[in-house]
Design a protein. Structure first.
Ligand SMILES: Nc1nc2c(ncn2[C@@H]2O[C@H](COP(=O)(O)OP(=O)(O)OP(=O)(O)O)[C@@H](O)[C@H]2O)c(=O)[nH]1
Ligand SMILES: [Mg+2]
Length: 91
């Protein structure tokens, strides 16, 4: 699970690079669940624009991923994201 501060535009490139490095280092082909967090704040990137900013379509080896809009401080979107991860771990 990767939690991204959706207001922190300056760091999307750094996040993208870290994600690719981590996946390249790992032999695991687990689902990556990305939380586009802080969706309650002004000047946020939307989940679909975050997909583009993180170049999720081009992850190494066609790695499976999902993105969820979240507001961690209110719990919004968290249930869905965690249910998805649990279902994946039971497969
Ligand atoms: N409004 C809002 N605040 C949040 C949300 N999720 C976390 N926070 C708050 O964000 C703060 C932490 O911000 P982060 O960006 O995680 O951490 P940071 O201190 O900025 O550290 P770095 O970004 O790693 O440098 C805490 O005060 C949290 O309560 C959210 O969905 N909405
Ligand atoms: Mg921050």
């Amino acid at each position: 699970m990767l939690v991204v501060d959706s207001t922190d535009h300056e760091r999307f490139t750094e996040v993208q690079e870290e994600l690719v490095t981590t996946l390249n280092d790992s032999h695991l082909r687990v689902l990556v669940v990305i939380l586009a967090n802080k969706q309650d704040l002004l000047d946020v990137i939307s989940p679909s624009n975050l997909c583009d900013a993180l170049q999720l379509q081009d992850l190494p080896k066609g790695h499976p991923w999902q993105i969820h809009a979240t507001i961690a401080t209110k719990g919004d979107g968290m249930q869905e994201a965690i249910v998805t991860l649990r279902m994946q771990s039971l497969r």
